[in-house]
Design a protein. Structure first.
Lengths: 377, 251
């Protein structure tokens, strides 16, 4: 595949995939139709040699056999050929108008008048000489812009054009076996600074539906300062995609994890990034410092203390506990002398008059009554 | 026989003809006397269970630990939507819950909390969602019940005591109250297919300071005679010392 210089174009070697997609003509029609849906205009032509295909793409012609190239390309006006200006001018001066005029001449005569480059070029068109092309390497970023045919005033109406951009992105991702984890959507207004929407996922994806779900939540909260004129979708980095095996029933741990990540993304899109966390232990004897929220992809690290309460208050709170009974204790926790937040506490499990089992401590010194720190919920 | 029992214990999707009165699939609660009274002998899957208690600290959260630990071992997730306090990681781990399969969701409460809860219930299949809905009318609860069904999840809703007087679409409603000898009494106030039974007594919601890590997996509750009487202090009454002291203020 290769993109020729003067116009945007793409060569596809279609011979090897005829069984899958049908004839090159059918494949060309399908490509045209699908590109149309993405908002691109394309013309497709096919021929046994790349140069011949390129020359007839504008007319949407399809040549099946090499033997037909000479005849079908005959009426082609010479300015359409990929020749340099001086050669074009010379051909014009000599009165050549169509390709068939050139093909009638013997090769020797052509070489004498124009040098070997012209006959070699014609041989590549006809398939006499091989015509290898450089491979097309898709870019490792993605950016696509959409000018809206009419101004859009509300966020919901943005879903449709955005869906088109996402479909395009995911097509590129599937084609290159890549995935995205973050996206940037630039929403352009007539005379106001662009609005920016940043989307982050828990794991790389190439699924447009999953991106759309997250986007829908974000759009609901988006405030548009002005009508929207254009949209741009940027994926700054395309990552390698590791497709998992999908089983019939969604119950393997990997699939459970995927479901959880999708859920986390949906919740975070609406409630903010801080709203969804995991939990991990922190190595500290003081209970209030012995935990912290954890990102979902971080491994938890914790010691098991089954005798501790199920709930921890965010910080110990002074309280008066009436009519209580001590069930167990004291457990002394003495720590933190090094950071100025030292504690010397005697923890008790107590049951209050309502039958609630609580975890409370008295400070060993100074003695200042009860602090409630946990609940055996 | 043991293998069969283990399989039945560990696999909630195994259907047992003898017990499922309405084809209700369940997951063992891990408490034999509670299972015996529950239709399908366990927590209903794909249905909401309400846990109503007058005050916290009756072991209402820990009651679920054996089932939640079982879900974790199967690679399933436990989602807590707006828990009232911080789940103490060391304690959860001590009772066999897997921290790597625990998800906390914090919202600004109210409708947002119910929305998050519904999303959690609908996502994927299996696992459990625990929620503390503040104000939830019949219609809202019904949405949660439907969501639990669609996700085949265990859905536990912790409700204040006032909820026991309202009607609810939940499949199972339990009321917890303080019982004698530091234990907790559970009354089944609604269940599908069975008649509510006598109150069920479960042991106290705490373990003593003695190390009991070995028995955490299968017996989340220490046996009664495990508590060390030497550690239990005499009942202390502060009432005589002065005016009545207010109850602890929970946030």
């Amino acid at each position: 595949m290769c993109i020729p210089g003067d116009r945007n174009g793409l060569f596809l070697e279609a011979g090897a995939s005829e069984r899958l997609f049908g004839s090159p003509e059918r494949l060309g029609k399908r490509l045209q139709r699908e590109l149309e849906q993405l908002g691109y205009h394309a013309q497709a032509g096919s021929a046994p040699t790349p140069e011949a295909a390129w020359l007839i793409a504008d007319e949407g012609l399809h040549i099946v056999l090499s033997g037909h190239i000479r005849q079908q390309l005959g009426p082609l006006p010479l300015p359409r050929l990929h020749l340099d200006k001086s050669q074009q001018a010379a051909l014009e001066r000599m009165g050549f108008r169509q390709l068939r005029d050139l093909l009638r001449l013997p090769r020797k005569a052509l070489t004498r008048r124009f040098g070997p480059a012209l006959p070699d070029y014609l041989d590549r068109v006809l398939g006499v000489l091989p015509d290898p092309r450089a491979m097309f390497h898709p870019p490792d970023t993605f950016s696509s812009k959409l000018d809206l045919p009419a101004e859009i005033h509300n966020c919901r109406a943005l879903l449709f054009p955005l869906n088109r951009l996402l479909e395009e992105l995911c097509g590129v991702l599937r084609g290159g076996d890549t995935a995205v984890q973050s996206l940037r959507i630039v929403i352009g207004h007539e005379d106001h600074e662009d609005s920016l929407l940043k989307l982050g996922l828990q794991s790389p994806t190439q699924d447009a539906g999953r991106l759309m779900t997250v986007l829908r939540e974000r759009l609901e909260r988006l405030h548009l300062p002005q009508a929207v004129r254009e949209l741009r979708l940027d994926a700054p980095t395309l990552l390698k995609f590791n497709a998992g095996q999908h089983s019939l029933f969604r119950d393997t741990p990997a699939e459970q994890r995927q479901d959880i990540e999708n859920l986390a993304e949906r919740l975070q899109a609406r409630l903010g990034d801080e709203s969804v966390t995991g939990l991990t232990g922190v190595e500290d004897h003081r209970p209030e410092y012995s935990w912290r929220p954890r990102a979902l992809n971080e491994r938890p690290d914790c010691v098991a203390l089954p005798h501790r309460p199920t709930w921890l208050l965010p910080s110990p709170s002074r309280c008066a506990i009436g009519d209580y009974e001590i069930l167990a204790g004291p457990e002394r926790i003495e720590s933190g002398w090094w950071d100025g937040r030292d504690c010397r506490r005697d923890y008790f499990i107590i049951r209050d008059s309502h039958g609630s089992t609580l975890w409370a401590f008295r400070e060993y010194k100074p003695h200042r009554g009860w602090y409630l720190h946990g609940i055996f919920g | 026989m043991t293998a069969i029992h283990q399989l039945l214990e560990s696999t909630p999707l195994l259907w047992r003809g003898r017990q499922g009165s309405h084809g209700q699939r369940t997951l063992s609660s891990g408490h034999a006397n509670l299972d015996a009274q529950l239709p399908g002998r366990g927590w209903p899957l794909g249905a909401a269970t309400e846990l109503i208690s007058r005050s916290p600290g009756l072991g209402e959260f820990r009651l679920l630990f054996p089932a939640l630990a079982c879900l974790g071992r199967q690679g399933q997730w436990v989602i807590l939507v707006d828990p009232p306090w911080i789940p103490y990681p060391a304690s959860l781990l001590g009772h066999g819950l897997l921290l790597e399969r625990l998800l906390l969701v914090h919202t600004r409460g109210g409708r947002e909390s119910l929305w998050a809860c519904e999303q959690a219930l609908r996502s994927g299949r299996g696992g459990a969602v625990l929620a503390w809905p503040e104000q939830a009318g019949f219609a809202r609860l019904r949405r949660l019940q439907m969501a639990a069904e669609s996700g085949a999840k265990l859905a536990f809703l912790f409700r204040p005591e006032s909820a026991s007087r309202e009607s609810s679409p939940a499949a199972l409603r339990l009321q917890l109250e303080a019982g004698d000898r530091h234990g907790t009494l559970i009354r089944i106030i609604k269940c599908r297919g069975n008649r509510p039974s006598e109150p069920i007594r479960i042991s106290p919601p705490f373990s003593t300071y003695a190390k009991q890590r070995d028995q955490t997996e299968h017996h989340a509750y220490p046996a009664e005679n495990n508590s060390n009487p030497a550690l239990a202090g005499p009942p202390i009454s502060t009432a005589a010392a002065g005016p009545p002291v207010p109850r602890p203020e929970f946030q």
